[in-house]
Design a binder for this molecule. Structure first.
Ligand code: TGC
Ligand code: FAD
Length: 394
């Protein structure tokens, strides 16, 4: 019998498929999360504040932009390593992983893939070390699932651009130093801009009162005639495919990340079920408890295999956006179901902050919505299967 309580939950020996370097990364990020995140994260969630001091530490352990080349401050690791880092961070809390996802896939990736050499040198090393915090602005008050209809506008005045509009539900907006923002011109062409905190007319009001991702700062990005120097446009991309390519990388990371939250819930429930007695026996003796635990482990194992295979395809440059959508959707759904079942196993204790389950469960309610909702990813598979888009009914 495997030790599934205190060791990695790895029923199909997927860790045997990892390189020595990947195992080392897994252990070292897990160790950092055990020391620096787990002891205090419940308190941050209860108080609805973000442990911002951890961002520099994430830079120190190579968790920000791990796939970015070393010459720009990255760790130059492969995509399975990136997935492993996201998994271990989210075992601590989805808010910690969110910060690393946004910084890596939604801010550093577009600057690296679409930016000028000057932009890469100016921003990537500071983002990688956590000295600078980035945000990504795509969603707007009137356009979430349908970013192609965005209303944020830019105009070219020859010497500079002017940006007007607003973005909503933006991770880390209140604390960002820069934001990668997507906007349209009169001809409906989408372009990306690096907006710096010091630019006049740029503000980032915080969104309060969240019941999910309470250890993460969320807010708006508001642009009131913001003058953007020409050197702050991302020169090498045009069209909605720009932000969508960033999302491919972030969604891939989430398909791994949520497995960490699921693992933490599963281990907590297994341990509790062996210790908690009712009717004079451990609740793990009841067939209904065993069914819950066995199904959780089965679904977690299937999700781990999907993430691993997708990681191989990412490393080979063969993963397509539709495969990424399927993995994001399946794995978040699996993690949320595991959190819900684990909460049941703990009975009343399941809602207590003394255990991590309710916190993970509430976090995952955001994760199943952001980076494309559960239903949008299903419809992406539907389109791939049938060739017919059901997003637009007119
Ligand atoms: P559609 O006509 O299909 O596509 C427009 C153009 O974009 C291209 N494209 C992609 N390219 C690369 N990768 C992808 N995944 C792509 N999806 C689309 C497409 O080829 C086309 O290019 P071109 O050159 O022909 O113009 O677009 P549509 O308007 O029909 O919309 C399609 C839809 C609904 C699937 C898409 O827009 C979508 O995925 N909506 C969900 C929006 C979303 O995911 N937003 C996420 C915001 S960021 C966030 O949530 C961060 S959370 C941060 C945290 O972790 O804390
Ligand atoms: P809507 O698009 O209004 O959808 C509402 C419902 O309608 C959903 O169930 C959806 O599935 C359904 N629906 C919509 N269209 C269709 C359709 N065609 N067919 C069937 N059903 C449909 N965005 C950023 O740009 N940057 C960030 O950093 C960021 N961080 C976030 C952090 C948090 C905590 C949260 C909660 C969100 C964040 N988002 C961010 C926004 C997120 O990406 C959007 O919430 C998400 O894309 C969904 O948009 P919406 O909330 O406007 O929902």
């Amino acid at each position: 019998m495997k030790n599934l309580i205190n060791d990695f939950v790895d029923y199909f020996n997927i860790n045997d498929l990892l390189t020595q370097e990947q195992i080392l990364i897994k252990k070292s990020v897990r160790d950092w999360v055990n020391r620096r995140v787990i002891p205090e994260i419940d308190s941050y969630n209860q108080k609805h504040i973000s442990p911002v001091h951890l961002i520099k530490e994430m830079g120190d352990i190579g968790a920000l932009g791990s796939f970015i080349p070393q010459k720009y401050g990255g760790a130059e690791l492969d995509y399975i390593s990136y997935g492993i880092i996201m998994q271990e961070l989210e075992r601590g809390d989805s808010a910690i992983r969110s910060t690393a996802s946004v910084q890596s896939s939604l801010v550093m990736y577009p600057i690296f893939a679409f930016g000028s050499e000057e932009q890469k040198q100016k921003f990537l090393p500071k983002l990688s070390s956590g000295q600078m915090i980035g945000a990504f602005g795509l969603t707007e008050p009137n356009h979430g699932s349908d970013p192609g209809s965005m209303e944020t506008k830019f105009e070219d005045f020859g010497t500079h651009y002017v940006l007007n509009g607003s973005k909503m539900w933006i991770t880390n907006s209140p604390i960002c130093d820069i934001a990668v923002v997507w906007a349209k011109n009169k001809e409906n062409i989408v372009k990306g801009f690096i907006v710096e905190r010091s630019f006049e007319g740029f503000s980032t009001p915080e969104t309060h009162n969240k019941w999910s991702l309470r250890a993460s700062k969320t807010g708006e990005l508001v642009f009131d005639n913001v003058k953007i120097p020409h050197e702050n446009i991302l020169p090498n991309i045009e069209g909605l495919k720009g932000p969508m390519m960033c999302l491919n990388s972030a969604r891939y990371g989430i398909s791994w990340g949520v497995l960490g939250a699921a693992e933490d819930c599963f281990q907590t429930a297994l341990k509790y079920s062996l210790e908690r007695k009712q009717f004079d026996v451990p609740i793990a003796s009841f067939q209904l408890t065993q069914k819950k635990l066995a199904e959780m482990l089965t679904e977690l194992t299937k999700a781990q295999l999907m993430a691993w295979r997708l990681g191989v395809l990412m490393n080979e440059g063969k993963a397509n956006p539709q495969q990424i959508s399927m993995a994001k959707r399946n794995n978040v759904h699996t993690a949320l179901n595991i959190a819900r079942e684990s909460r049941q196993i703990l009975g009343a204790m399941g809602i207590s902050g003394d255990f991590p389950i309710m916190r993970h469960m509430m976090n995952l309610e955001s994760v199943i919505t952001y980076e494309g909702t559960h239903d949008i990813h299903l419809l992406i598979t539907g389109l791939d299967l049938t060739g017919i888009s059901s997003f637009k009914t007119k």
